[in-house]
Design a protein around this ligand. Structure first.
Ligand code: ADP
Length: 181
């Protein structure tokens, strides 16, 4: 039985920055390389194991703790876990790092103005109209990662290029992370 640990690739960044899009591409590449992969998407989890949690600081922290818990179970059984969740506070990312031995912090960087222009889910417009409280980047803080393992920029580079950046970083760490594609 494969007892190797999987990596936890944690994509953090503003809503619409490209966390899910990039994570999907990386997941496909890892699966093609024969890895067992699971995606944990913040929006999906808020419909299931995190249902009912709101967006206060305490509830956001609880949300992340639940995701960390699931990521831990999967990764210790050899599954690479790709988490896409805003994870706006340093405290949360520090929590994830300290609970997950193979945690990789990936900062998905994109200027707020570009995220608003994309407005994938129409949420920025709502937040600007004052219809959404606690919206990250508008009425709730996003504390920029200070020491991410990887930073990718989605306003300047293609999805493919960013995916390659992540994969080559993993390859460079393969002896540590057991995640070489
Ligand atoms: P998030 O998960 O961070 O909320 P999504 O991945 O759901 O963001 O949405 C990002 C949007 O930006 C998608 O519509 C995607 O097609 C678009 N996009 C444009 N350029 C890029 C890029 N270089 N990388 C990732 N997404 C991009």
């Amino acid at each position: 039985m494969d007892r190797q640990r999987g990596s936890v690739l944690w994509f953090t960044g503003l809503s619409g920055a490209g966390k899910t899009t990039t994570a999907r591409q990386v997941a496909t590449a890892l699966m093609d390389a024969g890895r067992r992969v699971e995606m944990l998407d913040g929006d999906d989890l808020r419909e299931t194991i995190c249902k009912g949690l709101g967006f206060s600081r305490e509830e956001r922290i609880e949300n992340i703790k639940r995701i960390v818990y699931v990521a831990k179970l999967l990764s210790r059984n050899g599954v690479d876990v790709l988490v896409s969740a805003i994870t706006p506070y340093r405290e949360m990312r520090d929590y994830a790092r300290s609970h997950l031995p193979t945690f990789v912090e990936i900062y998905v960087q994109c200027p707020l103005g570009e995220c608003e222009r994309r407005d994938v889910k129409g949420l920025y417009a709502k937040a600007r109209r004052g219809e959404l409280a606690h919206f990250t980047g508008i009425s709730d803080p996003f504390e920029e990662p200070e020491h991410p393992d990887i930073t990718i920029c989605t306003s300047g580079f293609t999805i493919q290029r960013n995916c390659e950046t992540v994969l080559s970083w993993l390859q460079g760490q393969s002896q540590l992370m057991n995640a070489a594609p």
